[in-house]
Write a protein that binds this ligand. Structure first.
Ligand code: 57M
Length: 358
């Protein structure tokens, strides 16, 4: 909105020319979402307590009983602050902005339905895993099919480090893109099992992809760094900025000991959106590095369940996902969280380094 209101006046007031710059608007989108979250957060948490939208704690697993009743569905706070900031600071004529908002809202709706059934209707199982997956598949099928139909978007697969390796997946890019989005969404969801454990790496990932998508939308930078150029996607940097701001603002309250959990409405929407942004800037495989923590957590579950079934009940880890394994070993929750954040930062720095290594 602000962009459309003030930039046209830059002919009369030259200082307003600054609104044409994506970097400027992304920084202010971050600050807006952050300040909004910190102002609204306490009121939202008080409301969640009032309406008793508290977390049910499963009996099995690590001792989290002290967390019982912690307000959840904090993803609504994240989403409101992020989307408000995006509507204020982005160029609303850009189709990639609306596609990314559609992904965020679509995956968020699936998560909201799960949370609503669990928290409001007090059915602790929520949506079935199959129904959740179906919702994610339908949304990702729609947006990826649209994406590959855009003339400026290539169905080639880009790999970090190997500038000459870009096989064209053609229509197979659609199932591949769906796998990336659904995998990222569920990876964040599985990771969200300790205070701040998911939102920290999600903020790091969004910040990292702010760089990648800005470069992907900038023909000179993309050419110089030998990465794919996708005309128009640079505007999505504003969404990355808003995600970083809303994420830090949410972390303000989700940090140990958490006053609020994000719920599936948060984890599914954030993960699905990060996966989609990775597709937009043609850094699908790099998401494995940047979001490596989410990959490790998901792999720990796959290995644990697979081995459990194959071995007739034996376990590799004391409990999956991996963060519960360290909990069971007696590592304090806050130590696990900060160490996972450090790992996430290291992976992001490694991923950014690939921009120069071509
Ligand atoms: C998502 N949800 C948290 C909160 C958050 C197949 C199996 C691996 C599935 C997995 C599972 O249930 N995953 C669901 C993880 C839950 O957090 C809620 O869910 C939202 C995210 N979707 O926003 O609303 C609990 O996590 C804790 N929490 C915090 N701080 C936070 O900021 O402390 C969450 C956010 C909350 C709270 O206690 O209640 C979760 O863990 O369920 N299952 C598991 O992860 C279970 N693992 C398990 O069963 N492992 C087995 C097999 C199946 C692999 C094994 O290793 O043998 C663990 N989770 C629970 N209990 N709750 C262990 C048992």
């Amino acid at each position: 909105m602000i962009y459309h209101l003030l930039y046209p006046l830059s002919d009369q007031i030259s200082i307003l020319n600054v609104f044409r710059y994506i970097t400027f608007r992304s920084i202010y989108a971050m600050l807006t979402a952050l300040v909004l979250s910190i102002i609204i957060g306490p009121f939202f948490i008080r409301w969640l307590h009032k309406v008793k939208f508290g977390q049910y704690i499963k009996e099995c697993g690590p001792d989290h009983q002290s967390k019982s009743g912690t307000p959840t569905m904090g993803g609504l706070l994240f989403g409101f602050c992020m989307l408000t900031s995006v509507l204020l600071w982005s160029d609303l004529t850009n189709k990639y902005i609306w596609l990314t908002i559609l992904v965020f809202l679509g995956f968020g709706a699936v998560g909201f339905a799960d949370d609503y059934i669990k928290v409001v209707r007090k059915h602790n199982d929520g949506l079935s895993a199959r129904t959740k997956l179906l919702g994610q598949v339908i949304i990702s099928l729609g947006v990826v099919s649209l994406l590959v139909a855009f003339p400026e978007y290539s169905s080639q697969l880009m790999a970090p480090f190997f500038k000459n390796f870009h096989p064209d997946l053609s229509w197979f890019y659609i199932p591949f893109g769906m796998f990336v989005m659904v995998g990222a969404s569920n990876g964040v969801n599985l990771t969200d099992g300790l205070d701040g454990l998911a939102i920290g790496p999600a903020v790091v990932t969004a910040a990292c992809f702010a760089v990648f998508i800005y470069v992907a939308g900038h023909i000179n930078l993309a050419t110089y760094l030998q990465v794919a150029y996708v005309a128009g996607v640079g505007e999505v940097t504003v969404i990355c900025g808003a995600m970083v701001g809303a994420g830090l603002g949410f972390l303000w309250f989700n940090a140990f000991p958490a006053q609020i959990f994000m719920g599936d409405v948060g984890s599914l929407s954030i993960g699905g959106t990060l996966g989609f942004i990775a597709l937009l800037c043609k850094q699908e495989l790099l998401l494995v590095i940047v979001g490596g923590l989410f990959v490790i957590e998901t792999l720990s579950v796959v290995l644990q369940v697979g081995y459990f079934k194959m071995s007739g009940g034996k376990r590799i880890f004391r409990m999956a996902p991996l963060h519960h394994h360290f909990e069971k070993k007696g590592v304090h929750e806050s130590k696990i969280i900060v160490r996972f954040w450090i790992l996430s930062l290291l992976l992001a720095v490694m991923a950014l380094g690939t921009l120069k290594l071509r």
